[in-house]
Design a binder for this molecule. Sequence first.
Ligand code: 13P
Ligand code: SF4
Length: 302
Amino acid sequence: MSEEMIQKIQRLKKEHDAVILAHNYQIGEVQDIADFTGDSLGLSIQASKTTAKVIIFCGVYFMAETAKIICPDKKVLIPDENAGCPMANMITIRQLRELKKRYPDAKVVCYVNSTAEIKAESDICCTSANAIKVVNSIPENEQIIFVPDQSLGDYVAKQTGREMILWQGYCPTHHRILAQDIKSMRKKHPSAKVIVHPECTSDVIELADVALSTSGMLKFAKESDAKEFIVGTEIGLLHSLKKENPDKVFYPVSKLADCPNMKLNTLEKILWSLEDMVYEVFVPEEIRVKAWNTIDKMLKLS
Ligand code: 13P
Ligand code: SF4
C-alpha cells in the first residue's frame, strides 16, 4: 500500500512540478520521500533556490509561511494546516508593539519560529543555526529585543556577552528535557557525547557537550570520532541520525520530547495535498514584503 502511495506521490509531483521539503523532525517515511530535508535555515535556503512551481512543505506552519514569504510566485502547500508551532504563537503583534514602545531604540531579533506578522515588525530574523552570527552583526551600542524564545535568547546572550531583552516564550517539547535526565543518561553511557538543541533550558545546555541546530547536530554526529550520542532534542531527529550513521548509537534523552505538531504530516496527507492542491499558504502582500526584508537580512549573513 505504502509503495503504491509513494508511486502516486512521485507521479503527481512530476505532473505539478512540485518539490517536497521536510524538516528534520518529520516522521521517517516523510523524511525519506522528501527532495530535501533540513533545519529551518537549510529549508529556507532550499526554498529560495528551487525552480519548482509548487512547494509541499512538511514541517510546521511558520516554516511553510517562511517559504511563501521567500517565494511569493510559487504555490506553497502544507499537508496539514493544523500543524502549528505553539512557541510561534506565544507572542502577539500587540505585545511586540508594546515592547517596542518600552524600548524604542532597540533592534528586534525574531527567531524564525514566529508568525509572518511578527517577522514583519522585527528588524532581523534568525534561526538556531545562525542566531549568534545575527546578534553579533548588531552594533554593540544598540539594545536588542529577542523574541519569542527565552531559551535560545538566553543561550545567545551568554555566547555573545550581549545583554538582551528576552520575551518569555518557549518550546513545550524541548522544555520536557530535564537536567536530571541528562545526568542519569551520562551515568549510563559515560563515553557518549551529549548534543542538545538551544531551545532546551539553560541547565540542560550547561550539561551538554554542544548545543546546535538540528542540521548542526547531524553534522556533528557524522564528523565526531565518538560512537555514542545522547540526544537532547525532538525525537524525530533520531531517524536521520541513525540512517546517516549506521555504525553509531543514539540515545534520546527523553521520549517525551515528541512534538505532536511535527507529526501531523503523513504520506496520505502529502498525497491528498498533491491531488487537491491543499492547503495553500497565503501571506498578505504588505506583511510579506516587510517579513521578507527581515528574512533577507538574515540570509545575506548566512
Ligand atoms: P532547527 O532550525 O534547528 O531545525 O529547529 C527548528 C525547531 O522548530 C526546533 O524545535
Ligand atoms: Fe515548535 Fe517546539 Fe515543535 Fe519546534 S519542537 S515546532 S519549537 S513546538
